[in-house]
Design a protein around this ligand. Structure first.
Ligand SMILES: [Zn+2]
Length: 377
């Protein structure tokens, strides 16, 4: 499938290692993507992937936005003060020149792995206050497709990834929606983009109700292939939704997610990345049914048929770049090398400390050290 040239910002890309730079940038250039936002997640060996993302931004300062992940070490070391520590870390991230914050802590598997309090617990209050008062945008992964909680309907691939949550040992998805909506009720100034359509692609009426109630709430289009299956079931309804909420939807693909989650050796692969672009752009731009010409991680193969909604140009422009730049800025924020060096040094110490006390978090300071050296020169 070929697409016409458009100005596009990919608002949701993963970058698990500095070694992926050449592949990622060449894939995006050949696909005609102008700018990208790297979203950072906690890392078991390196604590944080923020240094890697800042390194990429340092090399491409006009093209790369960074959504920094929180340093999760306070959850282990000083859990009762973790909200205060996260609030302080927002200032650290802003001081280095990040453009937003990413939280994957609402993914059920992550909540089971980390000692995360309920999001509406008072311990988190200083953090939410800071996020709301600074208006720094948050990309927030909350839940997963609802079928992952249902033994009857969970897909085999999700079970294989360890994402079957119906055995009673994981957070309940409705409970988690309640916690997060409580936060939005308390902090209406919070600018939030819920990744993967807030996992409500099968419940568009419900999502519409939330978007009406919370004017600073947005959703991104990052697959979740189930989103595009759900949208395809009632194309008229999906199109109506996209027309109505055209100012609240952000383009994103999750390029790099496979390298992050499944296979770091393989790196960021072109074929899989192109499949991600194809399913999202095909859906937004095509008129009628289409199948994928590229094959992607978990994407259902060439037999899966999707339906496009043929959006008009002005709506595509909002979804592809204008909504993002309105929330995050027309250009990425400038970096502060001195603040980055200081934070990389602190991370090196934290990684050693965590490795000494937590055998499940083997310390790897290679990125923090390399990135500190890069900004020192
Ligand atoms: Zn992602």
């Amino acid at each position: 499938m070929t697409f016409s040239d458009r100005k596009i910002i990919d608002g949701h890309i993963h970058y698990a290692h500095t070694a992926y730079e050449a592949d990622l940038m060449s894939i995006l250039a050949s696909a005609g993507i102008d700018k990208l936002a790297v979203v950072c997640t906690p890392d078991q060996q390196r604590l944080s992937l923020v240094p890697d993302a800042l390194h990429l931004k340092g090399k491409h300062p006009q093209k790369v936005y960074v959504f920094g992940g929180l340093d999760i070490s306070p959850l282990f070391i000083t859990p009762k003060e973790s909200g205060e520590a996260f609030a302080h870390y927002v200032d650290v991230l802003r001081g280095m020149g990040v453009d937003g914050v990413k939280m994957i802590e609402g993914k059920a598997e992550m909540r089971k792995r980390l000692p995360i309090p309920n999001f509406d617990d008072p311990v988190y209050a200083p953090y939410w206050e800071k996020m709301a008062e600074t208006h720094i945008p948050l990309i927030f992964h909350v839940n997963d497709p609802e079928e992952f909680w249902d033994a009857e309907t969970v897909p085999d691939w999700a079970r294989e990834m360890g994402w079957f949550y119906g055995d009673g040992s994981y957070i309940d998805n409705e409970d988690q929606y309640r916690q997060v909506l409580n936060v939005l009720d308390r902090y209406p100034g919070l600018t939030v983009i819920f990744a993967h359509f807030f996992f409500l692609s099968a419940q568009l009426d419900r999502l519409a109700g939330y978007l009406d109630r919370y004017p600073n709430m947005h959703v991104d289009l990052t697959p979740g292939i189930e989103m595009y299956c759900n949208f395809s079931k009632d194309v008229d309804l999906a199109r109506e939704f996209f027309m109505e909420y055209q100012d609240r939807i952000i383009y994103g693909t999750d390029i790099g997610a496979r390298a992050l989650l499944r296979d770091r050796e393989a790196g960021i692969e072109e074929e899989e990345s192109l499949a991600r672009i194809e399913v999202v752009r095909g859906f937004l731009e095509n008129d009628g049914p289409f199948t994928l010409t590229h094959s992607g991680f978990l994407f259902g193969g060439p037999e899966a048929v999707f339906h496009g909604i043929d959006l008009p140009d002005d709506v595509l422009n909002k979804i592809y770049h204008q909504n993002f730049t309105r929330l995050v800025g027309a250009t990425p924020k400038p970096l502060s090398p001195a603040a980055i060096i200081e934070e990389c040094q602190r991370l090196e110490i934290m990684i050693h400390t965590m490795a000494a006390t937590r055998p499940d978090m083997p310390g790897d300071t290679s990125s923090a050290t390399m990135v500190r050296d890069y900004f020192t020169i």
